[in-house]
Write a protein that binds this ligand. Structure first.
Ligand code: ADE
Length: 418
C-alpha cells in the first residue's frame, strides 16, 4: 500500500491510543456501527486532509466501515501523531501520508499524494485540499461530489471562493454546526491550548497576566480556561459586540499595543494575519511568551520576528527564545503554529466525537444529495445537528424534558397574549 509515515514500527503504540480515544467517542461509534450495516459510502473514494490524531483515526475507521476507500494526509506539518499514522497503515489498511515536522514541500507532496487517489469527496481542515483542487489539479474537479470543511478558517476561505466565483463544488461547512463550533472551538480549544502552553513551557499560569487576542468561540474558550487556572486575563478584539461581550463576561478589554507593555503571555485566536506585527512585538514586555491557537501560523509575524532576531535558541521542545537587538527576549511557542496540536494532542476525544460525527454525516449527506447540490457552501441540516446533541446527551446518561402538546402549540401560535 502506498503511504509515507515516519516509522511503521510505531503502530502498536498508535493502535492503543486509537482504541482509548475511540472509547470516548460514543456518538461516532454509533454512526460507525450504522455505517457498517448500511454502507452509505460504498464505492466512494474519500481523500482527507486532517490533523492526523487518534481522534481522526476513529473518524477514518467509521468512514471505512461505511464503505469508503480512504487516503489521509496531515492538515498541518506539526500536528501528526506518528504512531497513529503508522497504525492507520499497518492495522487498518488506510493509506496515510503524514510525518510530524515535515517541511512545506513534503506537506504539499502529501496533499498531492492524496489527490492522486482521485477522491470523489474531500475532507479538509483549513481548505488546503480544496484550494489545490481549484488551482493545480483543476482537471479532477468534474469527478468531485463535494467537500467537507472542519474549521472556521477553512469556511472563511470557501466563502471567499464562492464570492469570487472560484468554488466549483458543494462544500459542507461542518464548523457551522452548533454541535461543532460551540463545543470543539470553545471547550476543545480552551482546554487543549492550555495543555499545549503548559507542555511547552511548564510555567505556572496562576497570577500571570495574559492577553487573548480574538473573542470568537476559540478565544472565549481560551480566556475562560486561563481564568480558571488563575491567570489575570485581558481580551483584545476588533468587533464591538464581541468586545462588549468580553467586558460583560468580566474580562478587561484592552488594545494590543497597550496590553503588550505589561503582559506575560499572549495567545492569538483570531483566524487573521499579523495581528501582532513586528513593531508590536519589538515593544512587548521583556520575557513575554507568545502562542498562537488559530489555524495558520501567520497570526503573529513570526517570520518577521525571526528576521530581526539577534539570536535564537531552542530552550525546550516547542519553546524558542528570540533575543532582539535591544537585548529583549521573547519566547515563541511551536514556531507560531497552532499550539494545541503542535505541543499537545489537540482537542480531547470526547469533544472531537461531535465534530467528527458531523464530518461523517456531512460525507453521507454529499452522497445522498449528489444530484441536487450545486457549487456552494452548505450547512448540515438542523435535524442532524440536533440528533448529534441528543446522542451525545444519551451517551452521557443525561435525560432532558420534552414539551407538552399544549406548549408546542403555544410556541407556534400568536393568539394568546397578556
Ligand atoms: N483539531 C483539534 N483537535 C483535534 C484532534 N484531536 N484531532 C483532529 N483534529 C483536531
Amino acid at each position: 500500500m502506498k503511504s509515507d509515515v515516519k516509522d511503521i514500527k510505531l503502530a502498536p503504540k498508535g493502535k492503543l491510543k486509537i482504541e482509548w480515544a475511540g472509547s470516548q467517542m460514543k456518538v461516532l461509534k454509533l454512526i460507525g456501527e450504522r455505517f457498517a450495516k448500511e454502507k452509505p459510502l460504498k464505492g466512494i473514494t474519500l481523500g482527507a486532509c486532517l490533523h492526523v490524531t487518534a481522534e481522526t483515526a476513529n473518524l477514518m475507521i467509521a468512514l471505512k466501515s461505511g464503505g469508503a476507500n480512504l487516503a489521509l494526509c496531515a492538515s498541518n506539518p506539526l500536528s501528526t501523531q506518528d504512531d497513529v499514522a503508522a497504525s492507520l497503515v499497518e492495522d487498518f489498511g488506510i493509506p496515510c501520508f503524514a510525518i510530524k515536522g515535515e517541511d512545506k514541500n513534503t506537506y504539499y507532496k502529501h496533499l498531492n499524494a492524496v489527490l492522486d487517489f482521485h477522491p470523489q469527496i474531500t475532507m479538509d481542515d483549513g481548505a488546503d485540499l480544496v484550494t489545490l483542487l481549484h488551482t493545480e489539479r483543476k482537471s479532477q474537479l468534474p469527478k468531485v461530489l463535494g467537500s467537507t470543511e472542519e474549521t472556521t478558517t477553512g469556511v472563511i476561505r470557501l466563502r471567499a471562493m464562492l464570492k469570487d466565483g472560484t468554488l466549483k463544488i458543494p462544500a459542507m461547512a461542518v464548523n457551522d454546526s452548533n454541535t461543532k463550533h460551540m463545543f470543539d472551538n470553545r471547550y476543545g480549544t480552551g482546554q487543549s491550548t492550555i495543555d499545549g502552553i503548559i507542555r511547552a513551557t511548564n510555567v505556572l499560569l496562576a497570577g500571570k497576566w495574559a492577553l487573548v487576542v480574538g473573542y470568537g468561540w476559540c478565544g472565549r474558550g481560551v480566556a475562560n480556561r486561563l481564568r480558571g487556572m488563575g491567570a489575570n486575563v485581558a481580551i483584545a478584539e476588533v468587533n464591538p459586540i464581541k468586545a462588549l461581550e468580553a467586558v460583560m463576561d468580566g474580562f478587561v478589554v484592552r488594545t494590543i499595543k497597550e496590553a503588550l507593555q505589561d503582559n506575560d503571555l499572549v495567545v492569538t485566536a483570531t483566524g487573521n494575519k499579523h495581528v501582532l506585527s513586528v513593531e508590536d512585538l519589538k515593544s512587548a514586555k521583556d520575557g513575554m511568551i507568545i502562542a498562537n491557537t488559530g489555524h495558520f501560523n501567520v497570526e503573529f509575524d513570526y517570520e518577521g520576528l525571526v528576521k530581526i532576531a539577534k539570536s535564537r535558541r531552542q530552550m525546550r521542545d516547542n519553546l524558542e527564545e528570540i533575543t532582539l537587538e535591544n537585548g529583549k527576549k521573547l519566547f515563541v511557542l511551536g514556531e507560531g503554529r497552532l499550539i494545541n496540536l503542535s505541543a499537545a494532542e489537540g482537542h480531547p476525544p470526547d469533544v472531537m466525537d461531535m465534530s467528527f460525527a458531523n464530518q461523517a454525516l456531512a460525507a453521507e449527506f454529499l452522497v445522498q444529495n449528489q444530484d441536487k447540490l450545486e457549487a456552494g457552501v452548505y450547512t448540515i441540516p438542523q435535524e442532524l445537528d440536533d440528533m448529534i446533541a441528543k446522542l451525545k446527551l444519551e451517551s452521557l446518561g443525561i435525560k432532558i424534558d420534552t414539551l407538552t402538546a399544549e406548549q408546542k402549540k403555544y410556541l407556534t401560535s400568536w393568539h394568546e397574549g397578556t
